[in-house]
Design a protein around this ligand. Structure first.
Ligand code: GLN
Length: 546
């Protein structure tokens, strides 16, 4: 590593979780890119799962999928949305992966009779994972490494020890430690308190990790006195105590707030680098468009995890990007598919009062499925713009099969193994797979657009790579029947002939995709499908037809 010039910034969290470590890490990445540097970001998660792919959204929020098909923590979504970093499975590390590798090596006898231990074997593997990212791209100026969890957790110790070793090996000129901590305000007294930060820093120092910057999450800017106090007790210079003030309006304003509080300047000063050039104009125009919308759009999202903000994180962000791209304020109406399911034999229009567009996102299992199918039917019959993603495509296909093509009891084999019309069935190689982890059709595959289709016009391209995470697909033997009734198969994967997108020709905007376009939308570059869906939704409210 000594021959390569890449610098490493470790970011740890103290006091409690949910302080916004992922977003502040992504923000630092964006600011460093604004100074002209090339960066990458690694997330290290201390849990024992290999990846979050097998975890419930209630445990972990959304599973974010990278281009190369890794199922990762949703923080990687923030990293990709905020920066230009190209992330792969190398950027997502867990305790499970580390131990798995070390144990497999041990079984092969590669430790030559030695006792295998946390230090050095586990910590060596952690360091190897960090250095591997640099070896894959030696032109990187910075690698940011976010350590999941909170300092003091038993599970994160090996990561903190590895971080201490990296600093020891490469020195302060190449390595910096940022500690994100909480400075709470006791509301009645109106006083900010530094004690939790002091304790958290003490915890770090006990294991030999010295923070260079304390990023202090606070309700309001820290006073000079407070910064002096934290500096004195925590052994960090007063300039390196940075306020990370609560931002209520939008997470996309966090980079600006951190820049104004000189976070990037202090980081670059640590490495002896020039900090005069910060240039992120596209970001500025995006946040401006959020503040000054000229219209409003109401989008219903029908799912079973709607009570959980993080379960559809990338999707909500992509809708926001699409709305900002249309200068519109986004209002998301979260509709619980299980509630629709209870009423789906009758009139369900009360769930959709005042909406301009309807989206059914990806999902698994049978809970609320009839509600989602009914929602797809509602949108079809009422000319409401409909956007189906993955399971949202399956629901649209089932509804169209049952109610337009006359396929009574048509279903997906995910839910009804014995349906007389399995219009959605397992991909050829999926039926025999029994292991759950990392075995779906994952990552980017090409989608070629059909001449004359709406989707081709929206993308303005012949083909595009989009990311996937599924086991089931449209059953090709029904294609002709569906086409005869007006469904257009606008996108196909040329290698496998699998259906990637469907659309209805006689509907203002009825499009569903087998892939997850939300993973590729960025604030400065809204995904064309989300942008056009919002446009069509706004038009439908105004009574404008395509
Ligand atoms: N459960 C469906 C499948 O596995 C859809 C998956 C999804 O929506 N991501 O194919």
């Amino acid at each position: 590593m000594n021959s390569i010039k890449t610098r490493f910034i470790f970011i740890t969290g103290g006091v409690c979780s949910s302080l916004g470590k992922g977003i502040s890490t992504a923000s630092l990445g964006l600011l460093l890119e604004g100074h002209g540097y090339k960066i990458s970001i690694i997330k290290m998660d201390p849990y024992i799962n290999i990846d979050p792919g097998t975890m419930s959204p209630f445990q972990h929020g959304e599973v974010y999928v990278t281009e190369d098909g890794a199922e990762t923590d949703l923080d990687l979504g923030y990293y990709e949305r905020f920066t230009n970093a190209k992330l792969t499975r190398k950027n997502s590390v867990s305790t499970g992966q580390i131990y798995n590798t070390v144990i497999q090596r041990e079984r092969k006898g590669e430790y030559l009779g030695r006792t295998v231990q946390v230090i050095p074997h586990i910590t060596d593997e952690i360091k190897k994972r960090i250095y591997d990212v640099v070896k894959a791209d030696t032109s990187l100026d910075f690698v940011l490494i976010e350590i999941g969890g909170t300092v003091g957790d038993i599970e994160s110790f090996p990561f903190l020890e590895a971080m201490r070793q990296v600093r020891q090996e490469l020195g302060a000129k190449r390595v910096m430690n940022v500690h994100l901590t909480l400075v709470p305000t006791i509301t009645v007294a109106g006083e900010q308190k530094t004690k939790p930060t002091q304790h958290s820093v003490k915890e770090l120092m006990q294991i030999g990790v010295i923070p260079d910057i304390l990023l202090c999450r606070t309700a309001s800017e820290l006073s000079e006195d407070m910064r002096n106090k934290i500096s004195l007790f925590c052994n960090v210079s007063n300039r390196n105590v940075i306020s990370a003030v609560d931002i209520k309006s939008s997470i996309y304003e966090i980079p600006d707030m951190l820049h104004n509080n000189e976070y990037d300047t202090v980081v670059l000063d640590h490495f002896g680098l020039d900090s005069s050039r910060a240039h992120i104009p596209e970001w500025g125009s995006f946040t401006k468009s959020l503040k000054e919308p000229s219209k409003k759009v109401n989008i219903a999202v029908v799912g079973k995890y709607i009570s959980l903000q993080d379960a559809y994180r990338s999707l909500y962000e992509a809708l926001l990007h699409g709305a900002a791209g249309n200068n519109a304020e986004l209002n998301i109406i979260r509709v619980d598919s299980e509630l629709i399911e209870k009423k789906c034999d009758g009139d369900i229009s009360s769930f959709f009062e005042g909406i301009d567009g309807l989206l059914v996102p990806g999902g698994f299992g049978d809970r609320g499925i009839e509600g989602k199918i009914a929602a797809a039917g509602y949108a079809r019959k009422n000319n409401t713009p409909y956007f189906g993603i993955c399971l949202g495509l399956h629901c649209a296909v089932i509804e169209f099969g049952r109610n337009v093509c006359g396929l009574k009891d048509a279903h997906t084999r995910e839910i009804d193994q014995n349906t007389p019309h399995p219009v959605i069935s397992y991909l050829a190689d999926q039926e025999i797979i029994t292991d759950k982890g990392g075995t779906m059709r994952l990552g980017a595959y090409e989608c070629v657009f059909k001449e004359g289709s709406k989707i081709k016009k929206i993308y303005g391209m012949d083909s595009y790579m989009e990311r996937h995470r599924h086991r089931l697909e449209f059953t090709l033997k029904y294609k002709e029947l569906y086409e005869k009734h007006g469904m257009v198969f606008g996108g196909v994967n040329p290698q496998s002939n699998l259906v990637e997108t469907i659309e209805l020709s006689d509907h203002p905007w009825y499009i569903a995709t087998q892939f997850h376009p939300e993973f590729k939308s960025k604030p400065v570059k809204p995904h064309p499908l989300f942008k056009d869906f919002i446009r069509a939704s706004i038009d439908s409210r105004a009574g404008i037809k395509d």
